[in-house]
Design a protein around this ligand. Sequence first.
Ligand SMILES: [Fe+2]
Ligand SMILES: [Fe+2]
Length: 404
Amino acid sequence: MGSAKRSLSEIEVGEVLARPVRTFDGRILLDKGTPFVPEHKRILKMWGIEEVTVLVSGEKEGEDSIKIDKTDFPGRFILNVPLSSVMEDLYRFSAESYAGGCSIIMPKEMTQVIQNVFEPVELEKVLCSLEALPSLPRLVQELSGALSDPLCSPKRIAAIIEKDPSLTMRILRLVNSAFYNFPSRIDHLERAATILGIRQISVVAQSALLLDTFNSIPQEAIDMDQFIRHSIAVGVTGRTIAGFAKLSNSELIYLAGLLHDIGRLFLFVHFPKQMIWLMNQAFQEKMELFQLEKRMLGLDHGEIGARIIAEWNLPLALEKSASFHHHPEKNEWDPICNVVHAADVLVHVMACGCSGERLVPRLNMPVWDKLRIPEDCLPALMMEARSMCTLFCSIINDGADGNV
Ligand SMILES: [Fe+2]
Ligand SMILES: [Fe+2]
């Protein structure tokens, strides 16, 4: 993939920015990876910017610098050998990202002494003790309760969220960011709830509260910042995929992505030594970590996550997508689960954050095909997802630097 300059009269809708567009004082107007929309032309004219740099595919320029051997493939993509054409494109994206200075973050076991023996655990016993499960933040419950009332109004939702001033600020920052791209500024939560809809605004608030819960968990086996970044990235990428696949319910998909690995969080908290052993062993055996969890613990993190989500009384779709995100074919091709599965793979390709898995998980091709995303849209999808991840991380996860 290369880049080319375009004047405002030449640029076409859908072309993706290869470099950020900045104002004269250095402020970013449009970030790298943003797909061009007609509104952007007006903004750039206003700032007197006449030229931008966009991505152009290697094929158009007659170059194909990254050669791929489909049969004998080393590295993080080994679980996807032989590579499908979609995975080839993803490999190119990954290779180009690293060439551009992006680095892969590995789980902590790389720096820790690995025990030889796996210490068995009584997983069911720990799961059955209520104190072991993370508790659902009170406002998340209140929002779920309010939404179950058919007469619930934007005013009521705003009143619940406003109980937490820092949450209110974060949500207003988010709805006024390029993530939503509203033409005018939104200053009040009630207005945000009216424009976005009470369900969407509630999901945004619930996800911010759930991330606070993640943050309060001690980190022993995993870098919690990286875990949170992975969770946000799967949510945001799921939302991006939903847009390209023309699926509705994108905010529920975001929440499903955010929570998909919550079972692994439980395992990291209660069985850090065993998880370090499992992460190392999965890499040695070149297998997916969830399969080894199942073999050694009796349950994998998807099943554990589903139990936690059920305990919290959150929607069944979230429980199912956590349970089946590594084998979505077992969930009757449910669109939310399919999107979360694909988003998880794409986020591993982007190496955005880390949830313990060092290899890019196997992409279920029938599931991908069901999403009906044209192959030539994949680079734009990946660029948009990466740029949205950076933006969302910086806004929703207070204190994070926003780098992906
Ligand atoms: Fe997972
Ligand atoms: Fe994941």
